[in-house]
Design a protein. Sequence first.
Length: 157
Amino acid sequence: MTKPVRLERSRAFPVPVEHAFDVVLRTPLPGIFSRRYGALPAIREVHDQDGEWGTVGQTRTIVLADGGTMRETLTQVQRPDRFGYVISDITGPMKLLGRSIEGLWTFDQVGTGVRISWSWVLEPASAPAGLAMPLFARLWQGYARQAMEEIEPVLLR
C-alpha cells in the first residue's frame, strides 16, 4: 500500500481575505490553470457544473489539455477561510499517478493582505506511482507557482 503525498504552495497578495476567497472560488479553472507545466496539463474546460461554483456537494468535470478528465466535488466552503474538494474518476495520463486527490484552498490574513495556500493530498494509484511521487511533487510545485501567478492579475482587477 502506498502512502498519500501532501503537496502545498502559498503566496501572499495585497488584497482583503474576503475578496481573495470569492475570486479564487469563482474564477473559471481555465483562468487559473491555463498553462501546462512539464507533464502536468493545462485545464481546457469544465463541464457538468450547475450554477455558480460554491455550494458543498456540487460536482463538475474538469477536461485537461491532454484529453484526460477528472470529477471534482466541492466538500467544504467556509467563507472566507477555506474551501475544499475531492478529485476522483481520473482518466487519461493522470490516472496512472493518482487514484484520488483531496484539495484545499485556505485564506489567512497577513498584515494588510492575504496568504493563499493551495494543497493536495494525493493518493498514488499504485506502488510504481508512489515511487514517482518525488518527481511529481517537484512538477506540482512549478504548476502551483504558475497558478499563483495566474491568480494575481485576477485578484488585482
